[in-house]
Design a protein around this ligand. Sequence first.
Ligand code: ADP
Ligand code: MG
Length: 728
Amino acid sequence: MSGNAARRKAIEGIASLTTTIPSFCYKKERVEDLFGVNVFSLDKMEKRLPKAVFKSLKNVIENGGKLDDTVADVVASSMKDWAIAHGATHYAHVFYPLTGLTAEKHDSFYEPSSGKMLASFSGKALIQGEPDASSFPSGGIRATFEARGYTVWDVTSPAYIIEGINGATLCIPTAFVSWTGEALDKKTPLLRSMQALNRQAQRILKLFGNTDNGFIAATAGPEQEYFLIDSRLYHLRPDLYTCGRTLFGAKPARGQEFEDQYFGTIPERVLAYMMEVEREAFKLGIPLKTRHNEVAPGQYEVAPIFETGNVAHDHQQLTMTILKKVARKHGLVCLLSEKPFAGVNGSGKHLNWSLGSPKIGNLLDPGDNLHDNSRFLIFATAVIRAVNIHQGLLRAFVASAGNDHRLGANEAPPAILSIYLGKQLSEVFEQLKTTGTATTSKKAETLAVGVDTLPLLAKDAGDRNRTSPFAFTGNKFEFRAVGSAFSIAGPLFLLNTIIADSLQYFADSLEKTTKGDPKKLSPALQKLFKEVLSEHDKIIFNENGYSEKWTKEAAKRGLKNLRSTPAALPELTTKLAVETFVRQGVLTKTELESREELTFESYVHTIRSESKLVLEIGRTQIYPAVSRYISELSLTRNALASLDIKTNDGVLEKIASLQNELAANLDELEKQREILKAGADAKKNASFAHDTVLPAMEKTRAIADALEELVADDLWPLPSYQELLFLR
Ligand code: ADP
Ligand code: MG
């Protein structure tokens, strides 16, 4: 055990932990009764609202449009009564600013009226709120436009109650826009993109003779990876509690090389935590489904059953909040950042994506008849085309200082975008490309050549490829490059937008050639498949995405390899990006520019604060510890010398020389920080931060880590990787 007093105390605490008394029990409290208790769901509204009111609300939820004022008043009043019965005193418009976090402003239901306090909640207060927009980053939008913004209830996402220690709050999911209509948040473009996708998908379905489909929605199922660290150790690491990742730390004696953590038995303390997370999620109607250990020690994963895109988004934001909140209760800290520890795997958020409706089903499900198959192929081809054309945008939408430590770092997906289809499907697309039809398939039993001349697809047995950033997994695509700390809104509305744009391209072409004649569809499709796949199938790659060979091959194919955030961000405002987003009505040029600027700024902020912390910890914790050890060693040496015992093990010299190096590197880092601080141009600053400041931080760290392996453990101020990753 560590001799350092603070570390020792923390470790003693962990070692003496006895199993905590359970705070609930699923025998008494059944999941089916718990699920959604804190959600003002459609069925609750149906029970509480007058028939006509419910009908017009449901109509707006299903078909869009504006809620009538009188209807809104009735809905609000009923929502308030329900919330107060659940202990709520306040309501909050919850919104999703460009920071990627969740924001909320609370207002009381209560107002004095003739000497009494009366609870009221108007339709207007439900539908629209006015938080002070000026304190949220807008990436320049506010400089040119009206400063104020307002929040609007997203009727498609139900209101819910958040329970606190001393009471509850009614939360209303909203979109956040400026008075001139610019999106100041992540929800607005998400909602716009859902509309765009529906619009274009309906056109394709119509060509296939499907007209009564219901709203075609994007579906999303985000898998969330995270680390759990004991809270006592966490609080001894300023880098963790300020930056969410360790800036120092020598490799532990044992890492993840034994591969014994993945899917291993979940430790009791962690399982108790997970169950409480699930319970809180169930109350909010979040359908969490899977839990397991992940690859790195101390790393875990949770995933829900997929839902409609914007609901999945709101639920994912809530899941992150719950993961953090419940951890505190269990004396743990949940780390959501992408790379908290060097040398072991980082955390991602795999975004599973598809589209469909309850009426027509999943459009990326190959299906079991010819008609469904050709429909599947056209939607899958739309994805292939979109990903190839917009490789750069996909990379830019998952760019952050944190995620840069993952992407392209020989783990998680590489920074080069490619699609994994699996053998069978790749063969089908290969044939589509050369002949416009496909007649053979690997697992040939289900194959048939029909009028449509497209094969039946046997479900891919799914030779899994974990190195691909974008994989087809049977009936959905999985975008694996998203970082664990990200809001899924950005990647999700990007996918919706670029795929809608491909569908629009297909619909334009097919409508033109068929002119309403269904007999012309088959040849028109064949021509389209040939043309599109010849141009775009270079994005398909089924082998090892981490290999050096792939980097070379990808370069030969002309695929982009944007290794860092500063390299990727300009993709947000290329002519191609602007045209696509504008065509689909999802983001304007100004909105894209504001997002680019903001992401550049936040990248610089991150490196700036991380480097400040390297200086602080380096100078005020590590350097002094090294000095103490040096004087101890010198005393020993002098004492031995006075006894005529010679010491020439070189340890003192080695440490002293490293200490000098440390000091010199800290000074150098400080100089680079000054240059960074003085820079005014966010783009230039970002490049400088990446090219100069980051390497200086890493160099400093390497020296400190070498010292950690030499200096007496009782003098070392920071909990070690061993302690952080293995003690719980
Ligand atoms: P794996 O990644 O191992 O295949 P799962 O099969 O459990 O894991 O799926 C991962 C996620 O994909 C889950 O959240 C699941 O709900 C989601 N998913 C499944 N079908 C769809 C779909 N049609 N659209 C979006 N997400 C989906
Ligand atoms: Mg997965």
